[in-house]
Design a protein around this ligand. Structure first.
Ligand code: HEM
Length: 458
């Protein structure tokens, strides 16, 4: 016997108020719905069906077991209003055979073996940033982390040094994220020149100019530097054809967008959590001082820094940057006993799953020890998915884990960022989630204590 999900109904006229509520606080609203309606429920808006789940079993069905019957959510890939309007048919927004081919092409550049070569750049760029930091300085950590991670993606994947254009590209990317998030209030068609729409067009022009500039330069010199940009531009498919400039643009912009803001967010949430939990910060510092004693970390050091990794994993649990992801079904299916008709939308509410009281002890507490090797086995299967899962799992997963650990180890040795006394967190939930209005922090200089090398006993 199939089950009937709890159903929230909204009429055509409710739709406008709903959009305003989502615009104001999508995450808060969805959390309230989930608390009241359970781990699998249906939202009926007008005639469209959207299921929302935060149950590990359903997550596994959607991401892994039934992945073949799922495509990326149609709203998301809708070229008129979704992220695809700006990112076209890049990896994040494409489907079917086209997606498969692109994924195969991009994967080697983000494979564990290849990313080992990026570690040094990640640390060097971080040290350059640190050379501009001073004790007692107040800065917007949000911007600092965004600039740093964008520089790193630019250098490691595309071999470019971003300087003057950095801020304007970052701002343009934020404009397109706000405009294309499913909860944008702007429900008018794109041809209506609202201020929002005009800002989005300007942002898109700016990003196009930047990306086509990269493409043209590399095509002109025909310089195959073995980086991802060359792979994208010079790879041939089975018919000996290259990617068109438009396809290359979509892929490059997608990797820039997906590859910098998520890791910057992870760093921001981690700084906030460490500032709120001095006992965790003290443990982290002890590990860093013990293993590194003030020197820059290398990739090999990461094995000796388990607590650093645990801090990042726990931060990704409490504040998963990709807090909710969507799919649409391509055939009738059954998930957890619920009948799901073809063409339904499915939302996986990762944020809620990560804090679900049935699956986590003291779910709202920041406790990196959950991810200690002896405890990881106790984590409920499939309840933790900051990078998604299955065939569409984040392709930059290993890159991001390595980058965030290296950045944390490099920076936390020398500075302890503190929150300003009057700062209060409001979460902005768009395609990703981040602190609304930025994250102003005061830097407090640390002096890592080099630890004596343990005596070797024979
Ligand atoms: C902490 C940082 C990151 C987080 C939390 C994150 C999260 C995610 C999630 C949840 C997905 C799956 C979306 C879905 O199932 O619909 C995803 C996909 C993706 N991510 Fe990441 N990501 C991060 C870093 C990166 C980096 C560094 C890159 C590139 C260098 C990247 C590139 C992508 C791409 C291209 C996809 C689409 C993959 C596909 O559909 O085949 N991400 N990411």
């Amino acid at each position: 016997m199939t089950r009937t999900p709890n159903t929230l109904r909204f009429t055509f006229w409710d739709k406008f108020r709903l959009m305003a509520d989502l615009q104001a606080d999508a995450l808060g609203l969805m959390e309230r719905w989930a608390r009241d309606n359970g781990d699998f429920f249906l939202i009926k808006v007008d005639e469209s069906d959207q299921y929302l789940t935060s149950h590990p079993e359903a997550m596994h069905e959607i991401f892994v077991k039934q992945a073949a019957h799922m495509i990326k959510d149609e709203d998301y890939t809708d070229e008129r209003k979704g992220l695809a309007r700006f990112l076209g048919s890049g990896l994040l927004t494409s489907n079917g055979d086209f997606w498969k081919r692109q994924r195969k092409l991009v994967a080697p550049a983000l494979h564990t073996k290849q990313i080992a070569n990026y570690a040094q750049t990640m640390v060097e760029y971080t040290e350059t940033m640190l050379s501009t930091w001073r004790d007692d300085m107040v800065l917007n950590m949000n911007l600092a982390m965004n600039d740093l991670t964008m520089r790193i993606v630019g250098k490691t994947l595309f071999n470019i040094t971003l300087e003057g254009d950095l801020r304007s590209i970052g701002q343009a990317m934020e404009v397109i994220q706000v405009r294309s998030s499913g909860n944008s209030l702007d429900f008018l068609p794109n041809w209506v020149p609202t201020p929002n729409e005009l800002r989005s067009r300007k942002a898109q022009r700016h990003l196009d100019q930047f990306v086509y500039g990269l493409i043209n330069e590399r095509r002109k010199t025909r310089d195959d530097r073995g980086d991802l940009l060359s792979m994208i531009l010079f790879a041939e498919d089975e018919h000996g054809k290259h990617m068109t400039d438009l396809q290359a643009r979509d892929e490059i912009l997608t990797l820039f967008a997906a590859g910098h803001e998520t890791t910057a967010n992870t760093m921001n949430w981690t700084w906030m959590l460490l500032a709120q939990h001095p006992e965790v910060a003290a443990k982290l510092h002890a590990e860093l001082d013990q293993v590194l004693g003030g020197r820059a970390p290398t990739l090999d050091d990461l094995k000796q820094l388990p607590y650093t990794e645990m801090v990042i994993k726990e931060s990704l649990r409490l504040y998963p940057p990709a807090w909710s992801v969507g799919r649409a079904t391509t055939q009738d299916t059954v998930i957890m006993g619920y009948d799901i008709p073809k063409g339904s939308k499915l939302g996986v509410f990762i944020y809620r799953a990560h804090r679900h009281p049935d699956f986590w002890e003291q779910p709202d507490r920041f406790m990196p020890e959950r991810f200690a090797p002896e405890n990881e086995g106790k984590i409920v299967k499939h309840a933790y998915a900051p990078f998604g899962n299955g065939p569409r799992i984040c392709i930059g997963n290993s890159f991001a884990m390595m980058e965030t650990q290296l950045l944390l180890a490099t920076i936390a040795q020398h500075y302890e960022p503190r929150l300003l006394p009057n700062w209060r967190l409001t979460i902005e939930s768009r395609v990703t989630m981040y602190p609304k209005g930025g994250l102003p922090m005061r830097l407090v200089k640390r002096h890592p204590q080099p630890q004596p090398t343990p005596m070797l006993t024979v």
